[in-house]
Every structure is written in structure tokens, then in C-alpha cells.
Design a protein. Structure first.
Length: 202
């Protein structure tokens, strides 16, 4: 049985990534793949408890980074790795790039510390494809304000999101073999067309 593929969705809050996740899952299912959709922080019973804390409690920056990776360890062990080994495809709404972008870029935690945690939690393992949904900050903010009650991260100021977006784009340049940057300012139809082309080539 061939191993499945691991696809991650990334972007600043309000970029539109969650909106397009079901579309990509359906595209893959219609081509005969078994697909699991999951998310971070979360994706396991313990991970979802950690998510509650991470999204609503104030904590030291390093505690936040450590808990993100603790939840990720659970997620890899109990969901991602077993599914890929069974030949299933896994789509995750965020993964380690989010920790580099938010805790590293946004909150300025030393990237060397994050690389050490990454090397500990998933040495040699990376997504096969990372879709980075990119929009200007004002567009993301307007979409967020119109759509939901904001959590701890979503209430951050513009300079936090500017730094988060910059770090995402820097990583996309650093790892061009797995990143695809999606212009998420277009209509749903525009974004779907771009996603369709990318998925057709994977
Ligand atoms: N291309 C788009 N055009 C207009 N509105 C969009 C677009 N993509 C997403 N939205 C809207 O923006 C809001 C935030 O999208 P969401 O997918 O939840 O963002 P994210 O998961 O990136 O935080 C939702 O109300 C969604 O309907
Ligand atoms: C996975 C991850 C998420 N986050 C943040 C980004 C988001 O603001 C928040 C939750 O992500 P997300 O599920 O995208 O939130 P929503 O469904 O409300 O759009 O967690 C980090 O700061 N670091 C991480 O490593």
C-alpha cells in the first residue's frame, strides 16, 4: 500500500483557508482518495483540550510554543502518521509553519528554539504540499470582523499579523518545493480554479 500524502493549509486569520478546505477534500475524494480532514492545534481529544487553553488563556510565550508542539506530537502519533501509513491522505488546517509564523514571526520567539522543537517532534517529516492563503491584512481583518467572535490570536494588532504574514511568505520562499502561495483576495471561483490546478498536479 502506497503511503498517503500530507497537505497543510496555512495563512493569517481571516485569509480564507478554512473556507476552501472542504473543496480540496472533495476534489481528492472524487479522484478516489480516502481523505482525513483535521486541524491544529487539536485533532485529538487531548489536542482539542490544549486548543481550548491555547486560544483562550494568557500564558508565557514559550509555554505557548511548547503546548503547540505537545498537541502536535499527539496529533502525529494518533492521527497523521497512522493514516498516512494506511495509504490515506491527510489535510490539516495548520501545522508547524503556523508555529514559525505566529510564535516566531508574530511573537518573536527565537526561530532556533522552534527549529529544535520541530527536530524533536517530527525529525525529517514535512508536509508534501503546503497551501499558503495570502491576503493583505486589511482584507483578512474585514473578513474576520464580519464573520465571528474573535479568539486570543484574532484579537492581536495589525503589526502582529504583518510579522506573521512576513514569516509565512519567507518560509514559502525558503521551501518552494512544498509551498504554493494562493492569492486569496479573488472570488471563491478564482480561488477554486487555482486550487484545482494545483491538486491536478499533485
Ligand atoms: N475569497 C473570498 N472572498 C470573500 N470572502 C471570503 C473569501 N474566502 C473566505 N471568505 C470569508 O472570510 C471569512 C473568513 O474565512 P475563513 O476561511 O474562516 O478564514 P481562515 O480559516 O483563514 O481564518 C469567512 O466568512 C469566509 O466566508
Ligand atoms: C497550529 C498553530 C495555530 N496558531 C494559532 C493561529 C490561529 O489564530 C489559532 C487557531 O487556528 P485556526 O484553527 O485557524 O483558528 P480558526 O478556526 O478560528 O480560524 O491558533 C498558532 O499561533 N500557532 C500554531 O502552531
Amino acid at each position: 500500500m502506497a503511503r498517503g500524502k500530507f497537505i497543510t493549509f496555512e495563512g493569517i486569520d481571516g485569509a480564507g483557508k478554512s473556507t476552501h478546505l472542504a473543496y480540496v477534500a472533495d476534489l481528492l475524494r472524487s479522484s478516489g482518495k480516502t481523505v482525513i480532514v483535521t486541524r491544529e492545534p487539536g485533532g485529538t481529544p487531548l489536542g482539542e483540550k490544549l486548543r481550548e487553553l491555547l486560544l483562550h488563556e494568557k500564558m508565557h510565550l514559550e509555554t505557548e510554543a511548547l503546548l503547540m508542539f505537545a498537541a502536535r506530537r499527539e496529533h502525529l502519533a494518533h492521527v497523521i502518521e497512522p493514516a498516512l501509513a494506511r495509504g490515506e491522505w491527510v489535510i490539516s488546517d495548520r501545522f508547524t509553519d503556523a508555529t514559525f509564523a505566529y510564535q516566531g514571526g508574530g511573537r518573536k520567539l527565537d526561530l532556533i528554539k522552534l527549529s529544535a522543537l520541530e527536530e524533536w517532534v517530527h525529525p525529517g517529516f514535512q508536509p508534501d504540499l503546503t497551501l499558503l492563503f495570502d491576503v493583505p491584512l486589511e482584507v483578512a481583518r474585514a473578513r474576520l470582523d464580519a464573520s465571528r467572535e474573535l479568539d486570543k490570536f484574532e484579537r492581536e494588532k495589525a503589526d502582529f499579523f504583518a510579522a506573521t504574514r512576513t514569516e509565512y511568505l519567507r518560509r514559502a520562499e525558503q521551501f518552494p518545493e512544498r509551498f504554493r502561495v494562493i492569492d486569496s483576495t479573488g472570488t471563491f471561483a478564482d480561488v477554486h480554479a487555482e486550487l484545482g490546478q494545483i491538486i491536478a498536479c499533485i
